[in-house]
Design a binder for this molecule. Structure first.
Ligand code: ADP
Ligand code: MG
Length: 247
């Protein structure tokens, strides 16, 4: 098995709250893995642990076979492990081009093979990626003037500027209208198949998970509740009960 990311028995508490308890997940290179679970089940916390945003209490995280458990955010990002946030993080006062250029820092030393289809020059690569997400015509508009869904597409393009090998997406379709959801899902799929980017996606929209993911993990109350093929997990009694119990 060629696991790009291995999370082993990772635990994280905040004061008295156990946000993650001995979570183990594995993301194969080239795959699309979904992470689901009711609000407060520990999904975002797990992302934050993986990207080095906070230190875990115990457990181990390996990326490309290398122990990254104690590395900080920038060092992990340089290895090609990038996350996006639940809330949009675009710079509203800057135009799309500028947002993209700001995101290009820090770039990895060598351009990954997957990106050779894009021009090596930063300006050209910026335009190519804006075109990829369908925002090329809006490249000189301030990000704050874009719809929320378009801002999410821009944010996705900004993450691509950083040449991820593994992209962690935190609820990418939340708050977006159905048309833009389809556009975003299509681009996520193409990022995986055409650019070779491995995806780990937190998502509440079950249709999106069914369309995208090869494998799904479900958290509940900070613990791993179920794992398997999307349809298996969707029909798992424990998963259904966890969602019903949460509302
Ligand atoms: P999810 O993303 O699945 O909705 P989170 O990982 O955001 O869940 O939260 C899991 C639990 O950890 C919640 O009870 C939340 O209140 C708590 N939590 C998350 N981050 C922090 C923090 N920085 N400080 C204190 N508690 C936190
Ligand atoms: Mg969350």
């Amino acid at each position: 098995m060629d696991a790009l990311l291995e999370v082993r028995e990772v635990s994280k508490t905040f004061g008295g709250v156990v946000a993650n308890r001995a979570i183990s997940i594995s993301v194969p290179r080239g795959g699309v893995v979904g992470l689901i679970g009711p609000n407060g089940s520990g999904k975002t916390t797990l992302f934050s642990s993986i990207v080095g945003f906070h230190t875990v209490d115990s457990g181990r995280i390996a990326f490309e076979g290398r122990d990254v458990t104690r590395l900080r955010v920038d060092a992990i990002a340089r290895l090609g492990l990038i996350r996006t946030f639940q809330q949009s993080r675009v710079y509203r006062g800057m135009d799309c081009m500028r947002n993209m250029l700001v995101s290009a820092q820090p770039v990895r030393d060598s351009f990954g093979a997957m990106f050779q289809r894009f021009p090596p020059g930063l300006g050209e690569r910026t335009e190519a990626l804006l075109d990829f997400v369908g925002l090329h015509a809006k490249r000189h508009l301030r990000a704050g003037t874009l719809s929320f869904g378009q801002q999410k597409l821009l944010e996705f393009a900004m993450a691509l500027m950083r040449e991820p090998k593994l992209l962690l997406l935190d609820e990418p379709t939340a708050g977006i209208n159905p048309t833009l959801i389809n556009a975003l899902v299509d681009r996520l799929h193409r990022a995986n198949t055409e650019l070779g980017i491995t995806l780990l996606v937190i998502e509440h929209n079950m249709r999106v998970i069914m369309d995208l993911a090869d494998y799904v993990y479900c958290l509940a109350h900070g613990e791993l509740l179920a794992a398997g093929a999307p349809r298996e997990v969707q029909n798992d009694r424990r998963v259904i009960d966890a969602y019903l119990g949460a509302h």
